[in-house]
Design a protein around this ligand. Structure first.
Ligand SMILES: NC(=O)c1ccc[n+]([C@@H]2O[C@H](COP(=O)([O-])OP(=O)(O)OC[C@H]3O[C@@H](n4cnc5c(N)ncnc54)[C@H](O)[C@@H]3O)[C@@H](O)[C@H]2O)c1
Length: 341
């Protein structure tokens, strides 16, 4: 049994991971600003939720922690572009602060949620963990920088650090994300009978199911330290590299009556096809869920009314725009911290 601190644990991946950790008998502390609400997490005697910002959270939350899983941050390209300074302070400095605090408190392991988007405009296919990085967004540049500083920290101290580079995630979770390619295209096919393919559609992208990502995090945390120490590991499945146009065809086939619109927009610079042999070799594990299963799962939940396609909190950019507006309005109208009361 470990005491695991999960920053950003109320988000899309965290809302799948935390119940899994609890199910394995671990004690869990979540640090999250709850930008998407706190209803995404279960009530459980071994779960403590600390509503706090990673940039300012009390260092004492790291005391007695065995493992940190760092998921906190602004989690997609357009939301990161809203306020680049804020993005750097949260995604870069917030993560670095937590890693340093973990090291200072004697936390044995840190697992950082990085992204295959660090490959950016990939050169060739089947990119591996040692391929050159060409991040094309602020989001991805922050990931690459945090990876670098985390590995430096791992080399300088006894702390076991690992960066997992996730493929683009899909599938259902309590904090749903309809801003991720598989999920949003499935949702648009169902609600509008229409999918728009941006950026030409030729660009490669690897995908991975959210449950598989949660299992990979768990597997990394519980693996013998020598296997994962100072490692960067891609998380996905070779078979789940697809061109965006191919993804659109699959969804059109799964949801009859869907029309495809190939938009004449600028080419998408994010184009990467990734090799996932290392995780299988190192941890004897590979993701289990296919893209087609993910499409079917999301489609079925929509059909059965189990997920609301209009909930603003399921759209990362929309929610951050809303929160910025709330903050502006609050400053305009609040007197002594009160608005209507
Ligand atoms: N979902 C994907 O496709 C994917 C792919 C690669 C990497 N990742 C990374 O995995 C991590 C989790 O992603 P997700 O999809 O669950 O995103 P998410 O947006 O659902 O979750 C992020 C969580 O971080 C919290 N948060 C944001 N700023 C914070 C702050 N300053 N202090 C404390 N909490 C804060 C949010 O409230 C949210 O609950 C992120 O770092 C993301 O970049 C995700």
């Amino acid at each position: 049994m470990m005491h695991v601190l999960v920053t950003g644990g109320a988000g899309y991946i965290g809302s799948m991971l935390v119940p899994m950790l609890l199910g394995r008998g671990h004690r869990v502390t979540v640090v999250d600003r709850l930008y998407f609400g706190g209803q995404t997490l279960p009530k459980h005697p071994s779960l403590q939720v600390v509503k706090a910002d990673v940039r300012r959270v009390d260092p004492r939350v790291f005391e007695g922690v065995d493992g940190l899983i760092d998921l906190a941050g602004i989690s997609n390209d357009p939301a990161c572009e809203l306020d680049p300074e804020l993005t750097r302070s949260v995604n870069l400095e917030g993560s670095r602060r937590c890693h340093r605090l973990a090291q200072g408190a004697g936390v044995a392991r840190v697992v950082f949620a990085s992204s295959c988007s660090v490959y950016g405009h990939g050169e060739g296919i089947q990119l591996t963990e040692t391929s050159p990085l060409h991040p094309v967004s602020l989001y991805a540049r922050c990931k690459a920088e945090v990876e670098r500083s985390l590995l430096e920290l791992g080399q300088a101290t006894p702390m076991t650090v690992t960066a997992l580079r996730f493929a683009t995630v899909f599938g259902l979770a309590p904090r749903m994300r309809f801003d991720l390619a598989v999920n949003v295209m499935t949702k648009n096919a169902y609600t509008q009978q229409r999918i728009v393919v941006d950026g030409g559609g030729k660009q490669w992208r690897p995908f991975v199911h959210v449950t598989d990502v949660a299992e990979a995090l768990l597997r990394t945390l519980e693996a013998p330290a020598e296997k994962v120490r100072n490692q960067i590991i891609n998380v996905g499945n070779n078979n789940n590299n697809v061109r965006i146009l191919n993804l659109a065809y699959r969804i059109r086939d799964a949801i009859p009556g869907t029309h495809l619109d190939i938009a004449g927009s600028d080419p998408d610079l994010r184009d990467y096809n990734v090799n996932f042999d290392k995780i299988e070799r190192l941890l004897d594990w590979r993701p289990q869920r296919s893209i087609d299963e993910g499409i079917a799962e999301v489609h079925q939940a929509l059909r059965e009314g189990r997920v609301d396609p209009d909930d603003r909190r399921f759209y990362t950019l929309k929610q951050y725009v809303f929160l910025a507006e709330v903050e502006r309005t609050f400053h305009e109208v609040a007197i002594d911290g009160r608005v209507l009361s």
